[in-house]
Design a protein around this ligand. Structure first.
Ligand code: HSE
Length: 425
């Protein structure tokens, strides 16, 4: 197989380096060599992170996807529109495509997969979710006997790095984000990381692979981490929780719920201890129970490892010829956000005077919400009490309504903060 790479940046360069480093092992596994013949790069005068001596380089990516001698295209340039044109052209030219592009797959995966089927080619994207962790292959192969009940994942390294640094070092949100950008973890547009867009892309892909349904990115309800303050991190800690930015997908009574949001997780859970840029995905199957996958969610060699795993499947002829790992996809309905049941953390800032807490708890009681834990941590210089509450499991619509009422009191001094809690039992 002759391979053409689009982009020799962090991921593309990593692919060349890992293939060079592990040539013998790859040959022993496949019985053949992975032959990278062509690569398209942005600027021929720019230095790449990998050797390019035996690769024909060009600045014209279409030259690579239209080259008749190339069998497989690795799309590793990222972005949506230009990448989509290249992938479509490659597929129409009868080539297999491997991509690490979660935005492209989550947004246009359904049509690109149909196109690939029509042209008898494969479109593979293991590297698009959780970098080096072979999570899609685990869902498709190792967990294939199960009905998947729950996915809960830390699937954005940048967000996890920010929350970890805030908790461990009391650092400022903006300051940590800047460092994540400098270290090359963040997306080109860092709001994708911070506002949960990147995690939503990955969760949409995970859900489709897990439940055997089409990609439905617009059904993922998404909340970012930009509203998390140091005070929430330390309250959570005091109450026995870590705050993580989780992607959660559940199948309940035939309906699917997909959400990305900051989440309080009991500190004793393994996933609550996944720190820094690392990713982890918990998958619960009805036969196997809970399983947990941990590893580098980004980075050159780690992501390359997943790209090359797809290449090995192609070379060995072990690709599932269904769609998203299924021979038959089903339609599904999504649970409306208001009907999603969850435990919640609330943080309120209120004037410190008699009856305030009673008033708050009575509004919660009116909505059938009971309180599992409460802390009143400090009275600030303005004579305000800062109160954190953990509720029981309630419908999102109920808690939202209760907060609307509580917010109207003149003794409430700031917006009430609401964060999901997941026990992950
Ligand atoms: N920006 C992404 C992250 C890169 O931080 O996880 C890997 O998809």
């Amino acid at each position: 197989m002759n391979i053409g790479i689009l982009g020799l940046g962090t991921v593309g360069g990593g692919v060349v380096n890992v293939i060079n480093k592990n040539t013998k092992e790859i040959e022993r596994r496949t019985g053949s060599q992975l032959n990278i013949t062509h690569a398209a790069i942005k600027n021929l005068n720019e230095k790449t992170i990998c050797p390019t001596d035996n690769i024909n380089l060009t600045e014209d990516a279409f030259e690579v996807v239209n080259n008749k001698d190339i069998d497989v295209i690795l799309e590793l340039i990222g972005g949506i529109d230009f990448a989509k044109k290249l992938v479509e052209t490659a597929i129409k030219n009868g080539k297999h495509v491997i991509t690490a592009n979660k935005a492209l797959i989550a947004t246009h995966g359904n049509e690109l997969l149909s196109l690939a089927k029509k042209h008898n080619t494969h479109l593979l994207f293991e590297a698009s979710v959780a970098g080096g962790i072979p999570i899609l292959k685990s869902l498709e192969q190792g967990l294939g006997a199960n009905k998947i009940e729950l996915i809960a994942g830390i699937i954005n390294g940048t967000g996890n790095f920010i929350l970890t640094e805030m908790r461990n070092k009391g650092r400022d949100f903006a300051d940590v984000l800047k460092e994540a950008q400098e270290l090359g973890y963040a997306e080109a547009d860092p709001t994708y990381d911070v506002e949960g867009v990147d995690a939503a892309h990955k969760l949409a892909i995970l859900s489709s692979m897990a439940f055997g349904c089409k990609l439905e990115l617009d059904q993922v309800s998404t909340i970012g981490i930009s509203q998390i303050e140091g005070e929430d991190v330390s309250y959570a800690d005091e109450l026995g929780y870590s705050i993580k930015h989780l992607g959660i997908a559940k199948k309940i009574n035939g309906q699917i719920e997909m959400r990305v949001h900051p989440t309080l997780i009991p500190k004793k859970r393994l996933i609550a201890n996944v720190d820094g840029v690392m990713n982890a995905v918990l998958i619960k199957g009805n036969a196997v129970g809970n399983t947990l996958y941990y590893g580098a969610g980004a980075g050159s060699d780690a992501t390359a490892s997943a790209v090359i795993a797809d290449l090995l499947d192609l070379v060995n002829g072990t690709v599932n010829d269904g769609t998203l790992g299924w021979k038959e996809l089903i339609e599904f309905t999504t649970i409306e956000t208001g009907s999603v049941e969850s435990i919640f953390y609330l943080r309120l800032i209120a004037t410190d005077k008699p009856g305030v807490l009673a008033n708050i708890t009575s509004t919660l009681a009116d909505h059938n919400i009971s309180i599992e834990a409460v802390v009143q941590k400090q009275i600030d210089s303005l004579n305000n009490a800062h109160i954190a509450i953990i509720t029981n499991k309630v419908k999102t619509a109920e808690i939202t309504d209760a907060i609307k009422q509580i917010q109207q009191h003149e003794f409430i001094k700031d917006s009430v903060k609401l964060i999901h809690v997941e026990t992950l039992e």
